[in-house]
Write a protein that binds this ligand. Structure first.
Ligand code: MG
Length: 487
């Protein structure tokens, strides 16, 4: 029996309903987009500073433990052959954030308080790519792509910033440096000078955890570039004196704690299976600091060189349910690959930039697709503007170049560095599969390989330039400069 109080529905009586029936087919694609949006992962990148290949438990660290990093590796994939583009802070960070070789975008070396350039406004950072699709974005830590306001993270895609604009040794109390006060920046404002560096890891971690809590319901990109273990080393009371390795081990323990806090925040917010967490480093160990430096294990040399100890870094990626647990990927990849990979995972087919980038999608490697190969025919290793080496497959060819080395002597003690010497390497081919330590030049045995890698290098020189052979690159772009310096 009909309930007489109920309205007698007929479409014609209800203009609103009619409108809805008309609108629903139009709205469906939007609803589909909304549903799809829920599937987009969060991205967390934790980036250590001057942490060497062998400074994490899963790569054999000695004298301290990294249980949180090891757990991340056990639940995800680690790469044995993951690289930074250049073994120094600003250049390396620029590559990670723009997906470009730093030479392409004109940021080399390590910018300091006197620098008058930074990331160009027309370059596109990971944060800008993701923010354009509604991601919340934050950086808590060391920026190093320019400290003047127009170069700061808040002008390059990050909603929130708290940290140092450049290296933590660029402060007046560092034994080997004379610098003005080291600023701690929040947003675009300097909130402290010469901050208590023992608290940096704690502060960055607390902000990271808060950001995760606050953004549990929307996709986010969280970038945590720790200032440690770059010298001068500092650790909070929580970890001071806790390891056999001394201050360096204490500092790594605190970074490991930070990783644990971030992972726990994701777990508590139910985001573990919606979040890709990556941990890596900006370059190898600063070997001259001896006691206060890390280790590249069996790899040759360290920070500031194009040998494996400088450019090969620990890398782990964890995303339960999407990345198989406990795998090791032995294909080569580089930090420049993160931007296009994240873009693809966020459902962005075309990166919103007219500018060419160098990175390639490595999701097939991360997700352990059967027989997946590195998408790169070659990776290029510049120091400054000089092309020092190229890797293709397991072959690495060094071009004649000078480099710094301890030449078998010990590094410094305490916070004092030991002296580097200058050395020179001639044209040398190494088979990294058999000889990851780059000890045995096999160029004479493999002239065909040398010729092939020379040809690849020629392409890079034409595109990105090379000061060693006095070449100007056709594909390089200028950095951003302060107005009075622009031409
Ligand atoms: Mg560094």
């Amino acid at each position: 029996m009909r309930d007489r109080t109920a309205p007698h529905h007929h479409v014609d009586d209800f203009p609103t309903m009619k409108l809805l029936i008309f609108l629903v087919p139009l709205l469906l694609p939007l609803l589909a987009i909304a549903a799809e949006a829920d599937d987009r992962p969060n991205f967390v990148v934790i980036y250590a500073d001057d942490l060497g290949y062998a400074d994490v438990g899963f790569n054999g660290a000695k004298g301290y433990q990294t249980p949180h990093l090891d757990r991340l590796a056990a639940r995800g994939v680690r790469f044995s052959d993951f690289y930074v583009a250049q073994a120094v802070c600003s250049a390396s960070r620029t590559a990670l954030l723009t997906g470009c070789y730093p030479n392409r975008v004109g940021i080399l070396g390590a910018l300091g308080p006197q620098s008058r350039h930074g990331i160009h406004e027309s370059e596109t950072t990971i944060a800008e790519v993701l923010k354009s699709r509604g991601y919340a974005t934050a950086i808590y830590g060391k920026w190093h792509l320019g400290h003047h306001p127009q170069f700061l993270p808040t002008r390059h895609g990050f909603d929130d910033y708290f940290g140092l604009p450049y290296s933590n040794d660029m402060w007046p109390k560092h034994p080997t440096a004379k610098f003005p006060a080291l600023p701690l920046i929040e947003g675009e404002k300097t909130i402290a000078e010469n901050p208590d560096q023992t608290q940096l890891v704690t502060w960055y971690t607390e902000r990271a955890v808060k950001f995760i809590d606050q953004n549990r319901d929307k996709p986010f990109f969280l970038y945590v570039p720790h200032a440690m273990p770059h010298v001068p080393l500092f650790v909070s009371d929580k970890f001071a004196g806790k390891t056999e390795r001394g201050l360096f081990g204490d500092v790594i323990s605190e970074i490991d704690w930070s990783v644990g806090q971030i992972v726990e925040a994701l777990e508590q917010n139910g985001l573990t299976e919606k979040t890709l967490v990556i941990f890596t480093s900006d370059n190898g160990p600063w070997l001259s600091y001896g006691e206060h430096a890390g280790s590249a294990g069996g790899l040759r040399e360290g920070k500031g060189t194009s040998f494996e100890g400088g450019v090969r870094v620990p890398f782990v990626a964890c995303w339960p349910g999407k990345i198989p647990a406990g795998k090791v990927c032995r294909e080569m990849a580089m930090t420049i690959d993160l931007l296009p990979t994240f873009a693809r995972l966020a459902g962005i087919d075309e990166i919103p930039s007219q500018r060419r980038i160098d990175g390639l999608n490595i999701w097939p490697l991360l997700s352990g697709q059967k027989d997946a190969k590195s998408p790169h025919e070659a990776l290029y290793f510049y120091w400054g503007e000089g092309l020092e080496a190229v890797r293709s497959g397991n072959w690495k060819l060094h071009f004649p170049h000078g480099y710094r080395t301890l030449a078998g002597k010990p590094g410094g003690r305490g916070d004092q560095p030991g002296p580097y010497q200058q050395a020179k390497i001639e044209l040398s081919l190494f088979d990294l599969a058999a000889d990851p330590g780059e000890t045995t030049n096999v160029a004479e045995k493999h002239p065909d390989v040398v010729a092939r890698l020379q040809l690849l290098a020629e392409k890079a020189r034409d595109d990105l330039g090379d000061s060693l052979t006095k070449r100007k690159g056709k594909g390089i772009r200028p950095p951003g400069r302060l107005p009075e310096e622009s031409k």
